[in-house]
Design a protein around this ligand. Structure first.
Ligand code: PAD
Ligand code: ZN
Ligand code: ZN
Length: 382
């Protein structure tokens, strides 16, 4: 086994490094020099090696997902532990880790439940952008800078709680494995865990970006025989077909609502539908596209702040199931290392989702690629 290289020279000291700061929404990120404090008790300081850019980061920048700014965004990272605070037992300096926005404290109601993964220590539903003790480890130009969902990966060094840090195999390929910190498990797990897609079934995936592509891979792995992919950006269709989508539809090309088109294509509606975009309209369309009696609709997309989902409750009375899924219902510290092992054994195809790699300093170009739909997943390398 190869041993990761690390230095303990910086342990206990403030590290000065580069980070991309989001000073306000709807503006480019700016690469700045930041000071990163040493980790406190229960915390881990990590040298970031790679980070994906997720649709949720873009929702923060366009103001639809509210979290305090200025902040260092990014929540899909892979790195090496630089130093640990007191009482940290599950990782040590030099360990290879994934940096994940959803913790697993193993003590709260959700963590102790066999099915729950929405750890009560998470910072997702009303993000405050600070560590659990109410402070931040980042300073830029004398100003305190928030973290994002306890993660912050758009920086050369970050500090996270141990409960959100997942130790992975020493031989994991660090340039690509970051995708297993958010996009891949979110989509794949929505299919195999949340929906429990069955062999021979028909699935519909709304949104063929990074997360939707991983849903497609999950549906395919579960044996779905028909996978209908929906996107307004037809650039996505070629890749989607390569991943396993059997029919690609652009809703803007039809005069009638897309749910009606799907009902006609599938006769009685799909067995499983997934919303991986984050708009109310597409959530309703996904619900109405699944079979009225036994269809299952899984909401993955993050809807704009304060929006409300509204639909005729009779749509559920007939037997449909509507559910949501966070990071694919994985209990991150228990389950994600196994996904990494399966990736390394080539049992799951994560690499095909990665279409671009850029040096970290070109982060704004990475966001441009995401917004224009030219990429599925773009990875930043540090
Ligand atoms: P992405 O930008 O890569 O993909 C979104 C796709 O949706 C793009 O291909 C768009 O072209 C397409 N699209 C946009 N509007 C429409 C529309 N009206 N109709 C059809 N297609 C459309 O983002 P992503 O894949 O990284 O993220 C997708 C969503 O998943 C986003 O809302 C993000 O916040 C959410 C997410 N959820 C979790 C979770 O745990 N539930 C985790 C990570 C991301
Ligand atoms: Zn994400
Ligand atoms: Zn918990």
């Amino acid at each position: 086994m190869s041993q990761a290289k690390f230095s303990t020279e910086t342990a206990g000291k403030v590290i000065t490094c580069r980070a991309a700061i989001a000073w306000t929404s709807n503006a480019p990120l700016s690469i700045e020099e930041v000071e990163v404090d040493p980790p406190k008790a229960g915390e881990v300081r990590i040298k970031v090696i790679s980070s994906g850019i997720c649709g949720s980061d873009n929702h923060i920048l366009d103001g639809t997902f509210k979290t305090p700014l200025p902040a260092i965004l990014g929540h899909e990272g892979a790195g090496i532990v630089e130093s640990i605070g007191e009482d940290v037992n599950s990782v040590k300096p030099g360990d290879k880790v994934l940096l994940i926005a959803l913790p697993q404290c193993r003590k709260c109601d959700s963590c102790l439940h066999a099915k729950g993964n929405c750890c009560l220590k998470e910072d997702i539903f009303s993000p405050f952008g600070l560590m659990l003790d109410g402070t931040t480890r980042f300073t830029c130009k004398g100003r305190k800078v928030h973290n994002i969902l306890g993660t912050s990966t758009f920086t050369e060094y970050t500090v996270m709680h141990e409960i959100s840090v997942v130790k992975i195999d020493d031989d994991a390929p660090m340039e690509n494995v970051c995708i297993l910190a958010c996009g891949f498990p979110t989509g794949y797990g929505a299919a195999v865990n949340a929906a429990q897609v069955t062999p021979g079934s028909t699935c519909v995936v709304f949104g063929l970006g990074g997360v939707g592509s991983a849903v497609v891979l999950g549906c395919k792995a579960a044996g779905a025989s028909r996978i209908i992919g929906i996107d307004i950006n037809e650039r996505k269709f070629e890749k989607a077909k390569a991943l396993g989508v059997t029919d690609c539809l652009n809703p803007q090309k039809f005069k009638k609502p897309i749910q009606q088109v799907i009902m006609e294509m599938t006769e009685f509606g799909a067995d499983f539908t997934f919303e991986a975009i984050g708009t109310i309209d597409t959530m309703v369309a996904a619900l109405e596209s699944c079979n009225m009696s036994y269809g299952v609709c899984v909401i993955i997309g993050v809807a704009p702040a304060k929006s409300q989902l509204s639909f005729d409750p009779m749509k559920l009375l007939s037997g449909r199931t509507l559910k949501g899924s966070l990071i694919g219902e994985y209990k991150i510290r228990d389950d994600i290392p196994l996904l990494v092992d399966n990736y390394m054994k080539k049992k799951i195809d994560v690499d095909s989702m990665i279409t671009h790699k850029l040096p970290f300093v070109k982060i704004n170009k990475g966001f441009e690629l995401l917004r224009s739909g030219k990429c599925i997943r773009c990875i930043l390398l540090f």
